[in-house]
Design a protein around this ligand. Structure first.
Ligand code: NAI
Length: 463
């Protein structure tokens, strides 16, 4: 006999799982959420999105104080880095947000079980915690166990000198030379942090470009800007091994001399976390890449067992997991719920930020879709000039005949916030003309979006 019974048991309290749990509770279900880590909030809140943004913000302020304040007419005595304070601030932000999830659970009457959850049958989940064992009976189960850092063959991660993003958020000192393997989201964000704080950063990327999947033109511009900031890119570099020798690391690269450095960040992607989940016990087999196959209702081959977020197909993004959590629960309770995968933004929080939604120009060309393109640079925007951040541009791609917006790609100040307008436009099936005829407050960065929309029709006003 089960120790406890619930309508829904969610395994994992990351952005996918905790949001699904709260939404289900709002809809009247008796919900439980199991989490194996001490703090709630998943990779995103504990060791991912949030702490990295705290470090990006802090390192940016340090960099600006050192390098640009004087140009604003602000004189400061020699700027000094207080890394322990910076790390402590980050930890404080993480603590307050993870505790916030705990409060949200309480407020919404979601029962939290601390421990590792394993599915033991179609309607049962066992929670193990330091030797104790609780069996839960559930009408429905949602797997929201997220992902782990992908390892690289030959690279022996000691989770100190050679580590992933978790380790790169807590280096106790600024490395003299840091090697980043992989020029994706994590590599560029955390490489930027330590470069701003004074490290020499070398980024080794297997492909002949950075940010695969992002619009090529925008990625090329990003590479130029980051190179000017001091990041050294070595494209076409296949890392074949890395080993620690005392305080130094030797990184081996195919066909060229090895590189010696102090710390290595392995950021070559993430893999779904399905460890000890008990999937065999309910007949769930993983697809290629280790993901859990689900249908359009997020249901696995086993009725009543669902999966969302990083463990299923699609981009590994917190906000994608959240949308899936809500849609999955709404489908379960109300019979309908939907995620528009064509309108999921992606943001790289470098400086400038890179943000994107919808189709890239490369994808449109490949699919033989006829489109018009409008671009506008931040350098021609008054607010960007006042901010002292004039690099980058907005690029809008609209269908040649219907003018419907197909994709928007931004590199520039606050691109991650500006992309929201584009996401909304795509969600509502807007045309570039719609954005061009919408009043945008002056002077704001958002005006670049309007000008790029005007540019689709060849009628920019400020250039
Ligand atoms: P990624 O998939 O973004 O980039 C990995 C990079 O590593 C690729 O450019 C790939 O070509 C390269 N690579 C693969 N094998 C290599 C090798 N042997 N040698 C050199 N380069 C190699 O993965 P990343 O940055 O680790 O991020 C993981 C996931 O986390 C992504 O799916 C991303 O969406 C998500 N994430 C999102 C963030 C955001 O929304 N701002 C921030 C951090 C992570």
């Amino acid at each position: 006999m089960a120790d406890q019974k619930h309508d829904l048991v969610v395994i994992g309290a990351g952005p996918g799982g905790y949001i699904a749990a709260i939404r289900a509770a709002q809809l009247g279900l008796d919900v439980a959420c199991i989490e194996k880590e001490k703090a709630l909030g998943g990779t995103c809140l504990r060791v991912g999105c949030i702490p990295s943004k705290a470090m990006l913000e802090a390192s940016e302020l340090y960099y600006e104080a050192k390098n640009s304040f004087a140009s604003f007419g602000v004189k400061v005595p020699a700027v000094q880095l207080d890394l322990p304070r910076m790390l402590k601030r980050k930890d404080g932000i993480v603590k307050s947000l993870t505790q916030g999830v705990k409060h949200l659970f309480k407020k919404n009457k979601v029962t939290h079980y601390a421990g590792h959850g394993t599915i033991s049958g179609k309607n049962t989940v066992v929670v193990e915690n330091a030797g104790s064992r609780t069996e839960l009976e559930a009408k429905n189960i949602i797997i929201a166990t997220g992902s782990n850092v992908a390892s690289l063959r030959g690279v022996e991660m000691d989770n100190d000198r050679i580590g992933g993003s978790t380790e790169a958020l807590v280096y106790p000192e600024v490395p003299e030379h840091m090697v980043v393997i992989g020029a994706g989201y994590i590599g560029l964000e955390l490489g930027s942090v330590w470069s701003r704080l004074g490290a020499r950063v070398t980024v080794l990327e297997y492909l002949e470009r950075i940010l695969p999947g992002m619009d090529t033109e925008i990625a090329e511009e990003a590479q130029k800007i980051f190179t000017r900031q001091g990041l050294e890119f070595r494209l076409g570099s296949r890392v074949t091994g890395a080993r620690v020798d005392g305080k130094k690391v030797t990184v081996e690269i195919e066909g060229v001399e090895p590189v010696k450095c102090d710390r290595v960040l392995v950021s070559v992607g993430r893999v779904p976390n399905t460890e000890r989940l008990g999937l065999d016990s309910v007949g769930i087999e993983l697809e290629k890449g280790g993901k859990i196959p689900v249908n359009e209702h997020f249901e696995t081959v086993t009725p009543g067992i669902f999966a969302i977020g990083d463990v299923i197909r699609g981009p590994m993004l917190a906000h994608k997991a959240e949308e899936e959590g809500v849609a999955c629960v709404e489908q379960l309770v109300n019979g309908y719920g939907h995620v528009n995968y064509g309108a999921i933004p992606g943001v790289v929080y470098t400086n400038p930020e890179v943000a994107s939604v919808g189709k890239t120009e490369d994808e449109l060309k490949e699919a033989n879709v006829r489109y018009r393109k409008g671009t506008f640079p931040f350098a021609a925007n008054g607010r960007a000039r006042a901010l002292g951040h004039t690099e980058g541009r907005v690029k809008i791609l609209a269908h040649e005949e219907t003018d419907r917006i197909l994709g928007v790609h931004i590199i520039g100040p606050r691109a991650g916030d500006l992309i929201a307008e584009a996401v909304c436009a795509i969600e509502f099936g807007a045309s570039s003309e719609d954005i061009a005829r919408t009043s945008h407050a002056h002077p704001t960065l958002a005006e670049v979006m309007k000008e790029a929309a005007l540019a689709v029709d060849g009628r920019t006003l400020n250039m």
